[in-house]
Write a protein that binds this ligand. Structure first.
Ligand code: NOJ
Ligand code: CA
Length: 713
């Protein structure tokens, strides 16, 4: 690592005000920090000499505090540094990640309060990160944040891909509009959820993706959300200025801090090439290095699950329909009548274990195995589950032994139904139960309103709960995948046992009325920037009434699009979400899901435009095989890629799984064609993509394989 620190000898004074400039390593980004005439800290950001962030103020209001931390500052000190190093993630899109930035840290003193505040800026070639630091000092110990006033002043009325700001859910379809149109579209964008709290007609969530009229892509998010409340953005749509809007706790407070402390990083990714945005690693780089000493228990997981059948309503999580409510320790399940539709029964679970073993999957997720599902949400019930008691038809030991004999794991499921206190009460026992019974991964969930009552899903208190679960799981050598938890901010670098999160609208919504066909072409520009998503792809039967005649939902995707998702939506945890019988019906297409890697040496984004298309090529970790995935949006398109990522002079067999010419996500989603061709680094592909469609390619060296009859691409 090369680190150079020079005291700020480079200050220059403009009209008595101190301005500091910082350039990114390649010079394309330039930021300037200064103090306004009233002593307010402010910054600007330019990309290739075009304004990205106009002068924007930085500051705070504390609760019951007579001095607002917004004005009256003077510059005490400024230091700069350069870092250029590399680190190796436990799993990832790349086996080695470069961390290269120039840093500026300004130390500010507020005359009235005598308090010191540090603002640290890190400028990478693809974006800016900055955070506030409150050093230990006599004048500041315990404090409560009333508001954080971090501004992001836009240089125009950009196009944005946004979801409504909400303290409790992120499970929305994206809207695309001008910033000035957000207010008019807000009401229609807020679709129903079991727990939701919107706060402003111009409030949106991060990560927020934008594009300027002159083609600059801008993304605002945060990194390293630890012991702080999750940030939303509220737009002043007259001035086009976003301001941070923190999630309040049950009392309306936005954070309890104790100096020394620091905020998460506020991040702004910038490029004139959309591919740089999806490839950006600044959010991971702004997180601390791995804190788990022995990471040998962490591994990528490809899994199937007793899951889609419950989501579609074909079977149930609950064991009985007889009782309107149940109580742990009181209800005697041996005396109730089973409903005959309970999915997590021994026989059915064995069927999935067999299917997993036959097809090379690592694990089977089983939901609805534990007692309590009869009245699991909507009642503000504190103790819903105990996470250790199985239903009478689920034999923990026997199923573990059966799965282990076939080299398959069972993925544990902990639905908390939002009762975080109850989960914390049981957590130690629940994780020990996993250790004792051969489970090494858990999917958790936070459906419905948070208990303690009045707390929000994204307040500091609840953020700390999710973090507690991550760290406790690590102690037990358990991998974690939390649903309905706060959106990821790169914490998986520090805690790589966090192998997945939901925190966006996943495949389940395709069985709850459907998602927009271009949703998956937005996610890599938004939700995925903070970390992998347990999106649960792989649906082959799009007509849900075939699973459950009472469910008329339609999956808005072609089958080839579903295959592409294994490559375009990066995750070390990938599910094949559909039922075994559907995979058996389309065995030739299923081959791609069986083959595709889930951990990578290298990743290249070949094409990208938010909400329109994403094409990625990835090299399997430690192998010579490559996989390509491409998803489109609402309209048909032609994808043009070349294969110059392949080793020069080497020949490969490419198996292309693509939409048939007549395919359409609505009317003909299962029309696909598979062809095998020979490719090398000079090959080019022109490929049709249907509306809501896509394609997937597996590429393996031809050496030692039968190439007879195969044509060159
Ligand atoms: C919502 C999750 O997203 C889903 O995957 C899960 O099956 C249900 N909650 C039940 O826990
Ligand atoms: Ca969910």
């Amino acid at each position: 690592m090369f680190r150079k620190i020079c005291l700020a000898s480079l200050f220059f004074f403009v009209a008595g005000l101190c301005a500091q400039t910082l350039k990114s390593p390649d010079g394309s980004l330039q930021m300037e920090f200064s103090l306004a005439a009233d002593g307010a800290p402010q910054y600007t950001l330019h990309y290739k000499n075009k304004a990205v962030i106009l002068p924007s103020r930085l500051g705070f209001e504390f609760k019951n505090d007579k001095t607002s931390m917004q004005t009256g500052f003077s510059l005490e000190n400024a230091t700069t540094a350069t870092v250029d190093d590399k680190w190796k993630p436990v799993w990832g899109e790349e086996s080695s990640i470069r961390n290269h930035y120039n840093e500026l840290a300004v130390t500010l003193k507020q005359a009235e309060s005598k308090r010191t505040l540090v603002i640290r800026f890190r400028l990478f070639d693809d974006g800016l990160g900055f955070r506030y630091e409150f050093p230990q000092q006599k004048e500041l110990a315990h404090f409560v944040i009333k508001e954080e006033h971090t501004q992001f002043a836009m240089a125009g009325d950009h196009t944005a891909w946004w979801i409504p700001g909400d303290y409790d859910t992120q499970e929305y379809d994206y809207s695309k509009s001008k910033l000035s149109e957000i207010r008019g579209l807000m009401a229609n964008s807020i679709t129903a959820n079991l727990s939701q709290t919107s706060f402003s007609p111009t409030g949106v969530q991060t990560s927020l993706m934008m594009k300027s009229a002159d083609g600059i892509y801008i993304n605002i998010h945060e990194a390293a959300l630890i012991d702080y409340s999750c940030m939303h953005l509220n737009l002043d749509d007259k001035k086009m200025v976003f301001e941070s809007w923190l999630t309040p706790d049950a009392r309306g407070d936005k954070g309890y801090l104790l100096a020394p402390s620091k905020t998460p990083w506020r991040t702004i990714i910038v490029s004139d090439d959309a591919r740089d945005v999806v490839a950006s690693k600044i959010i991971l780089n702004l997180n601390d290095p791995c804190k788990i000493d022995d990471t040998s228990f962490i591994h990528p997981v490809k899994y199937v699950g007793v899951w889609w059948e419950m989501i579609t309503g074909k079977s149930t999580w609950a064991y009985t329909d007889e009782l309107p409510a149940v109580q742990i320790g009181v209800t005697d399940y041996s005396k109730v009548k089973p409903n005959g539709k309970h999915g997590a029964n021994n026989e059915n679970v064995k069927r999935y274990i067999d299917f997993a073993a036959e097809n090379g999957f690592d694990a089977v997720l089983v939901e609805g195995w534990n007692i309590g599902w009869e009245d699991w949400f909507g009642h503000s019930k504190d103790k819903v589950f105990d996470f250790i008691t199985a239903y009478p038809d689920f034999d923990v030991q026997a199923l573990h032994t059966y799965a282990a004999s076939k080299n398959v794991k069972i993925v544990m499921h902990h639905e908390t139904s939002g009762s975080t206190r109850n989960y914390e009460r049981y957590m130690e026992q629940a994780y020990q139960f996993m250790n004792d019974n051969g489970y090494d991964a858990v999917k958790s969930g936070y459906v419905g309103e948070i208990l303690p009552r009045g707390e929000n899903h994204y307040s500091q208190w609840t953020v700390n709960h999710y973090q507690y679960a991550i760290e406790e799981a690590a102690k037990h050598k358990i991998m974690l995948n939390a649903h309905e938890a706060v959106r990821p901010t790169g914490i998986c670098r520090t805690w790589p046992n966090l192998i997945g999160n939901e925190a966006a609208r996943g495949t389940e919504y395709q069985a709850f009325g459907g998602s927009k066909p271009n949703h998956v072409a937005v996610l890599p520009f938004t939700r995925l920037l903070g970390g992998p998503m347990d999106y649960t792809p792989g649906i082959f039967e799009m007509d849900i009434s075939k699973l459950n005649p009472d469910n008329h939902s339609h999956v808005n995707s072609t089958l080839a699009n579903q295959l592409a998702l294994y490559v375009t939506l990066y995750s070390p945890l990938q599910m094949a979400a559909d039922l075994p019988e559907h995979y058996q019906r389309f065995a030739d297409a299923f081959q791609f899901i069986k083959d595709v890697a889930i951990d990578w040496d290298e990743s290249k984004y070949l094409e990208a435009e938010p909400g329109e298309f994403v094409t990625a090529a990835r090299k399997a970790k430690g192998k010579q095989d490559w996989y390509v995935g491409s998803v489109g949006g609402e309209n048909a398109r032609t994808s043009n890629i070349n294969f110059d990522f392949l080793d020069k002079g080497k020949e490969y067999i490419a198996t292309i799984y693509a939409d048939a010419p007549e395919a359409h996500y609505k009317t003909n989603p299962q029309a696909y064609v598979i062809r095998k061709v020979l490719v090398n680094s000079k090959s080019k592909l022109t490929q049709f993509v249907a509306p809501g469609g896509g394609y997937a390619i597996s590429i393996k060296p031809s050496a030692g394989q039968n190439t007879k009859g195969l044509k060159k691409l």
